[in-house]
Design a protein around this ligand. Structure first.
Ligand SMILES: Nc1ncnc2c1ncn2[C@@H]1O[C@H](COP(=O)(O)OP(=O)(O)O)[C@@H](O)[C@H]1O
Ligand SMILES: [Mg+2]
Length: 277
């Protein structure tokens, strides 16, 4: 049974996760959704935006990793109507990026499609060659323009990791991330910043700066994917400190907030996260 988020909380749209967050996210703050590749970050983030549009809110997806046509296809497979989610295509190879922003349905570009299967560094290198000018500050400027025009309640950046790889100014990275998160917070939007973790011991700057971190975990057990979620941090609120099992099905992500995870999974988590400290 999922608790209805009280008036002062924002529903994530993920059954069970709102319970772990004691009603949902605190509005107007930036949060990190972290995890390894395939852990379900993108699906969870879009589910969060979908929940917004279901409630009549405006929702914006800043798409860096995947072109909008692919996102729309993936989401349609989940049976969601994403027509109302605005997708800002910030891939450097996209026409809309080079022209600056607005809407976005750019046909899948060959360079993007063929890069999806490449390793992260090859991908980043090739992306850099197509457009070196993308950076966290330039994204912030784009967002500023976008948020001036439309009153969004929910924003997702998927992913900050790709954006960081594309940014040249590595020295100023933490400062740009602080500035971006601050901007989002001042804009009053509730935002999810998607962060890839190469492994579960990694701690990126945005994790320290954000107001909370929802971490997704997955491992293969006997050819089956075993998934769970932890709330690593949630400022200003109580939260569930136990890992809870998570599933991804044809209806999206869901969390069983009353169930314990298997002992073996718990042991694996203890090696990596706060549960071992
Ligand atoms: N209909 C579905 N049923 C079961 N699992 C699914 C379904 N759709 C997607 N998935 C799982 O979700 C994973 C992708 O999640 P995604 O959000 O793209 O991960 P991330 O963004 O963390 O890399 C896939 O690897 C697949 O295992
Ligand atoms: Mg993803």
């Amino acid at each position: 049974m999922t608790a209805q988020p009280s008036g002062d909380r924002v529903s994530t749209g993920v059954p069970g996760l709102d319970d772990m967050l004691r009603g949902g996210l605190i509005p107007g703050r930036p949060y990190v959704v972290s995890g390894t590749t395939g852990s379900g970050k993108s699906i969870l983030a879009i589910q969060f935006l979908h929940q917004g549009v279901k409630q009549g809110e405006r929702a914006l997806l800043v798409a860096i990793d995947e072109p909008p046509v692919e996102i729309r296809e993936n989401v349609r497979a989940l049976g969601w109507d994403v027509g109302k989610i605005r997708i800002l295509d910030v891939h450097p190879a996209s026409k809309s990026f080079s022209k600056r922003v607005s809407m976005v349905e750019v046909a899948a570009q060959r360079s993007v499609g063929s890069l999806r299967d490449a390793g992260p560094s090859a991908k980043t290198e090739a992306m850099k060659q197509t457009a070196p000018e993308i950076s966290i500050p330039s994204l912030q400027l784009m967002l500023k323009q976008e948020l001036q025009d439309v009153k969004y309640s929910r924003v997702v950046i998927d992913s900050l990791t790709s954006l960081k790889h594309l940014s040249e100014m590595m020295d100023d990275l933490s400062t740009s991330i602080v500035s971006l998160l601050r901007f989002l917070s001042e804009s009053g939007v509730t935002s999810l910043i998607v962060t890839d973790l190469p492994d579960q011991t990694e701690l990126e700057p945005e994790i320290f700066i954000s107001r909370g971190e929802i971490r997704l975990h997955k491992r293969m057990v006997a050819n089956k994917t075993d998934r769970c979620v932890t709330i690593e941090k949630f400022r200003g609120s109580q939260h569930d400190t136990m890992p809870r099992p998570m599933t991804i099905t044809e209806t999206g992500v869901s969390v069983d907030s009353r169930k314990k995870i298997p002992k073996t999974t718990m042991k694996m988590l203890q090696a990596f996260t706060q549960y071992g400290r």
